[in-house]
Design a protein around this ligand. Structure first.
Ligand code: SF4
Length: 241
């Protein structure tokens, strides 16, 4: 049993083992720590059950580590911290302590960042950052200046991820890409993945997928178009997979 002196509290929605279904880490088995609480409010969020910040979800880091240890079977040393919004100020002390403890135990730690803020004390410690650029269908704005900052300070340890609904989303992602390149004054070398959205309750969105593939090819192929593999395997409504 792992113990931590003065353990911080973290709001937890779920801790589970699954294979990564999106982005450049697709196919990697990981233990997911899904934080409870998000104030961002993306219109097309498929995890609305993670929005509320409720005391009932509070768990101390020692208990979180014990669950991770059980799921890892002492072999799987990869953890993904996701949400909710793990970088909301209410979560930062708990996430920071969790990351420190996991790194001390030689885990590879990746972080799902919603694209609204950079938290250096956490970004400096984790092994990999999945940073969202939110296109218009989310009704949330990601500042391209944050992506420029990431590229300048965290090159080699992050990817951009964008969920796309339609051609309007693709155009906004492309415009952001070009703006970031202009501000960086060099070519983008990090992976920028576009995921054609697969909404809960709908059939596999083949036409949407083909549209985004086609738009990317015609635009110059700047992006990696990667589907949500876990939804192909388990269906779009299944949770904790
Ligand atoms: S940041 Fe994530 S959890 Fe929060 S609303 Fe957006 S998609 Fe949902």
């Amino acid at each position: 049993m792992m113990t931590v002196s003065s353990p911080a509290k973290l709001f937890i929605n779920a801790i589970y083992r699954a294979t990564e279904g999106e982005g450049a880490l697709v196919g990697r088995p990981q233990i997911f720590v899904r934080v409870q609480g998000c104030a961002i409010g993306c219109a097309n969020c498929d995890s609305k059950d993670t929005w509320e910040f409720e005391q009932g979800f509070a768990s101390d880091i020692t208990a979180v580590l014990a669950q991770i240890e059980d799921l890892s079977l002492k072999k799987l040393k990869r953890v993904s911290i996701t949400g909710g919004d793990p970088l909301h100020p209410k979560h930062v002390p708990g996430v920071l302590q969790l990351v420190r403890e996991l790194k001390a135990r030689k885990f590879f730690v990746s972080l799902e960042a919603a694209g609204t803020r950079i938290v250096h004390e956490i970004f400096d410690l984790v092994d990999f950052i999945n940073f969202d650029f939110k296109p218009p269908s989310t009704l949330i704005e990601t500042k391209p200046s944050l992506i420029v900052q990431l590229a300048e300070q965290y090159e080699g340890k992050f990817q951009l991820k964008s969920v796309a609904q339609d051609a309007k989303d693709f155009s906004a992602i492309l415009a952001a890409y070009q703006l970031v390149e202009k501000d960086l004054k060099r070519s983008i070398t990090f992976d920028w993945c576009i995921t054609p959205i697969y909404n809960p309750g709908e059939s596999f969105p083949l036409e949407r997928f083909k549209l985004i593939l086609n738009l990317n090819e015609n635009a110059g192929g700047y992006f990696r178009v990667i589907g949500q593999q876990h939804k192909w395997v388990h269906g779009p409504n299944e949770k904790l997979v």
